[in-house]
Ligand binder design. Structure first.
Ligand SMILES: [Fe+2]
Length: 403
């Protein structure tokens, strides 16, 4: 039962259902969480909040003493996401060239694992969380060693087997997004949520899932059901966290209330749901599908910028762009000097001036011996003037990333 209570009645092991304020106004990662200690209550009071809503089905009630039964109930319902930190020591930062080879192996392992998980689900088998957790940590460590290496590999996708590749990409981008938000405590749960966010599609008939054309109204309604199917599947996974669950349940909600399945609005959507909606759209639009060609990351960034404050949370869009960069690695750009170049690395403190590999002379329409150039150190002679569509030039930028 949801109950409004005064903050003076709060005790550890109560489950906060709503803090009744924007998540930007409090220090917690979600509006919904288990009160772990008196310190959590002090933080709520410190924000000037006078009343909150608690969920008595997930934690203690006001009248309940924290006796054995109640404490046991709270423990059983306790989201596994609270304060779980990375279990390995922090790795040292390395250049992208050094991390790419290792990142490729991790990405391939993640792909194999997520593909097997989704296939198992199609066959009605239980998802085993323990299998997914180590690969989330591997990805997280790769991002710590170099924030761009594994993210740049997400651009390499085949048009078939879209759902699992998209699931790996969303998980990876969410981990990276989390890192750039300096949120370290929930990375495992967020990565798992990303991997499983579309698991409900395994219950959608394949002819609809892979239809090479626009879905009609009835088919689209069926497709939308994947969110409810996903929530039902994920709820049965032993040890699943509320964070992972909210990612699955809320990734198609939109900030302005125009999403589905519940039409939640603004901060009714958890921070994780809001983050995933941005990441999901970014990856879907930058991927080739049976019914549309991939858009360039920069075009999608522009769409996200235009949609901020409407479909997407304004601040989160800005943070996400900082995560992927204005010129994502693997983009093809035109330089003022008359050359085409592939972005091969970026400076997170100077997103406008990435490191590029110059490959093509536009005037002579001929390839040149690739030459690397750091635009942050140039005198402006190689300024980026535009993004170029690689298909227009018949260039595959991935080839120039030297994997
Ligand atoms: Fe989805």
């Amino acid at each position: 039962m949801i109950k409004k209570v005064s903050v003076s009645d709060l005790r550890p092991q109560m489950y906060i259902h709503d803090l009744n304020c924007s998540w930007m106004s409090h220090p917690f990662m979600s509006n919904r969480f288990m009160l772990e200690s008196e310190r959590d209550i002090e933080k709520i009071i410190g924000c000037g909040i006078t009343h909150v809503h608690i969920d008595t089905s997930l934690g203690l009630d006001v009248s309940e003493e924290p006796g054995a039964d109640a404490a046991e109930q709270a423990r059983n319902n306790k989201p596994a996401d609270v304060n779980i930190s990375l279990k390995r020591s922090e790795p040292k930062q390395v250049p992208i060239e050094e991390e790419l080879v290792r990142a490729k192996k991790i990405y391939e392992e993640a792909s194999t694992l997520v593909n097997a998980t989704l296939q198992d689900c199609r066959l009605g088998k239980q998802v085993e969380l323990e299998k997914l957790e180590p690969v989330v940590l591997d990805i997280s460590e790769s991002i710590l060693r170099n924030p761009d290496a594994i993210v740049s590999l997400l651009r390499i996708k085949q048009a078939d087997s879209y759902t699992f590749q998209h699931s790996v990409a969303v998980g990876t981008l969410l981990i990276s997004f989390c890192r750039s938000l300096k949120n370290r405590s929930s990375i495992e749960q967020i990565g798992i949520g990303g991997f499983l966010h579309d698991i409900g599609k395994m219950k959608v008939p394949e002819q609809i899932l892979n239809k090479p054309g626009k879905l009609d109204e009835q088919e689209f309604e069926l497709m939308k059901q994947h969110v409810n199917y996903g929530r039902e599947i994920v709820e049965t996974i032993a040890g699943i966290s509320t964070i992972s669950l909210s990612i699955v349940a809320e990734h198609h909600e939109r900030y302005d209330g125009s999403g589905y399945p519940l039409g939640l609005k603004g901060d009714e959507i958890s921070l994780y749901g809001q983050m995933t909606s941005i990441v999901d759209v970014y990856d879907a639009m930058t991927s080739t599908r049976v019914y549309h060609a991939a858009s360039e990351p920069t075009e999608v960034i522009k769409i996200l910028l235009d949609s901020r404050g409407h479909q997407f949370n304004d601040k989160l869009v800005q943070y996400f762009i900082r995560t992927v960069g204005i010129y994502p690695i693997g983009s093809l750009v035109k330089l003022e000097s008359g050359f085409l170049a592939v972005v091969i690395d970026q400076h997170h403190e100077d997103l406008l001036h990435p490191r590029v590999r110059i490959i093509f002379n536009i005037q002579t329409r001929s390839y040149i011996f690739p030459k690397d150039f750091d635009l942050s150190k140039s005198n402006g002679s190689h300024r980026i003037v535009s993004f170029e569509n690689p298909a227009r030039w018949g260039i595959n930028p991935i080839r120039y990333m030297r994997l």
